[in-house]
Design a binder for this molecule. Structure first.
Ligand code: ADP
Ligand code: ZN
Length: 430
């Protein structure tokens, strides 16, 4: 049941003591970099007596990483760096994260821990449908799975018919996939005459990398007849393997021997108590080549204060609501795209894809929700369609206080991306 029982079930007090030691080491290590050498020059580790004293340290932002491109955060000689991952950098310098051999071993171990936690074993066959390359999703899981001794198929995303062929021929039991792509992939099964529930041996899916609602998870579980576990990570913190659901699927355990987490008020920077929603801030506790202190993820969530039934002591975070930048202000009402998703996905006729368009009309914000609906409904009578449109509009109105125009489109007709789904098209300033 546990990959590393002693660490995963360490008592809360012992975990804090361990974190304090690791934080001091991290401060020491980080000061070897040009950036933290200057930033933390007045910080003396001996003044840190408990892990909560971390709140006296400054935050680190994505902008700090960009401003110190390329090597400002590096703490080891380049000779000891064995890999880098980088964001796309379309809006300026990319953010680059460097890894030493030791960093990659730690990362691999964390992913193995995640997979083992929900029952993946040597006898499984794993199809990794997540992108490989600079994006950390694919490669992160790849090494974790191989460490567990699992037969790993590094197929990457796209080419849906080939995906299905592999799933069937190799009796794949475990997949790692973007939730948006899992729904799209499903639309290809019928054409190939393959029934995912009868003809495949799938039992576990890891879904993550993009915000998604509980409704989407349920839909994926139902369509494929498997259990889908939410996986959270970001390239600044290696990638996948930061926080992960256990068999109870009730919040994501953060591996607190590697990451110290805080929730802050994004406006004031004040640390909030467990249970309150705010921005997730993470400090690496074991990273060698590029430690990051109090990194502001911009991801909104809360820490779940209760202990988990599984026996692990590492605290859980709630499903990510979105990034603070994702919040839409629609005629003064604050809404996250995932809240719209939650409402529309409750309706069984709704298919696998949707987009939200925002426009200005007479100086007011107007929301258009375009939804793919399943084949039968799309070809239903006008009356039925109008009734369904009205129902969804009313639900969005009553649950979110917006008055959208709901439009149905044919399955497969909305834009699709191979990477993370783009759901919002804000045309208000165009
Ligand atoms: P990019 O910044 O280019 O999107 P990353 O792969 O580092 O590249 O993306 C990490 C971000 O993806 C996280 O900060 C978070 O916003 C989002 N994310 C990752 N996993 C999840 C998840 N399980 N649920 C919601 N959002 C997620
Ligand atoms: Zn648990």
């Amino acid at each position: 049941m546990y990959w590393e029982k002693d660490i995963e079930t360490l008592s809360f007090e012992k975990l804090k003591e361990y974190q304090l030691i690791k934080l001091k080491e991290t401060i020491f290590q980080s000061k070897k970099s040009e950036y933290y050498g200057k930033k933390l020059k007045d910080i003396d580790s001996s003044s840190i007596n408990s892990i909560s004293d971390i709140s006296n340290l400054p935050f680190t932002t994505k902008q700090d990483m960009r401003d110190n491109f390329p090597y400002g955060f590096l703490t080891v000689p380049l000779d000891d760096v064995v890999r880098l991952h980088s964001s796309s950098g379309t809006t300026g310098n990319p953010t680059v994260v460097y890894h030493s051999k030791q960093d990659l071993d730690e990362w691999t171990n964390l992913v193995a821990r995640c997979m083992y936690m929900v029952g993946v074993r040597k006898s499984d066959v794993f199809q990794n449908i997540m992108g490989y390359g600079l994006f950390t999703g694919g490669i992160g899981f790849h090494y974790g799975a191989e460490k567990l001794g699992v037969l790993t198929i590094p197929i990457g995303p796209g080419n849906s018919k080939r995906q299905i062929w592999f799933l069937k021929e190799f009796q794949v039991t475990t997949i790692h996939i973007l939730p948006s792509y899992a729904l799209r992939l499903y639309t290809f099964f019928e054409e190939l005459g393959v029934d995912p529930k009868k003809d495949l041996k799938l039992k576990t899916a890891f879904i993550g990398s993009e915000p998604h609602s509980e409704e989407i998870r349920k839909k994926i579980e139902l369509l494929y007849g498997l259990k889908a576990y939410n996986s959270y990570g970001l390239s600044e913190m290696n990638g996948p393997g930061v926080a992960f659901e256990c068999q109870y699927q009730d919040g994501l355990h953060v591996w607190e021997d590697n990451f110290y987490i805080e929730i802050i008020d994004p406006d004031t920077g004040k640390v909030l108590p467990d249970g309150e929603e705010g921005e997730l801030v993470i400090t690496t506790l074991k990273r060698d080549a590029m430690p990051l202190i109090r990194y502001r993820t911009k991801d909104l969530t809360k820490i779940i204060p209760e202990k988990c039934k599984c026996g692990r002591t590492h605290r859980r975070i709630d499903r990510i609501k979105g990034r603070s930048d994702d919040m839409l202000i629609i005629n003064g009402v604050n809404i996250f795209p995932v809240q719209i998703e939650k409402t529309i996905m409750k309706v069984p006729e709704v298919g696998d894809n949707y987009i939200i368009e925002l426009k200005k009309e007479n100086f007011m914000d107007k929301v258009f929700v375009k939804i793919e609906i399943n084949e039968n409904t799309f070809h239903g009578t006008l009356n039925e369609i109008e009734k369904l449109q009205k129902k969804i509009t009313e639900e969005l109105k009553s649950e979110l206080g917006i008055n959208p125009v709901v439009k149905f489109v044919e399955s497969g007709s909305l834009p699709q991306s191979e990477g993370k789904a783009v759901r919002v098209y804000d045309l208000r300033n165009k």
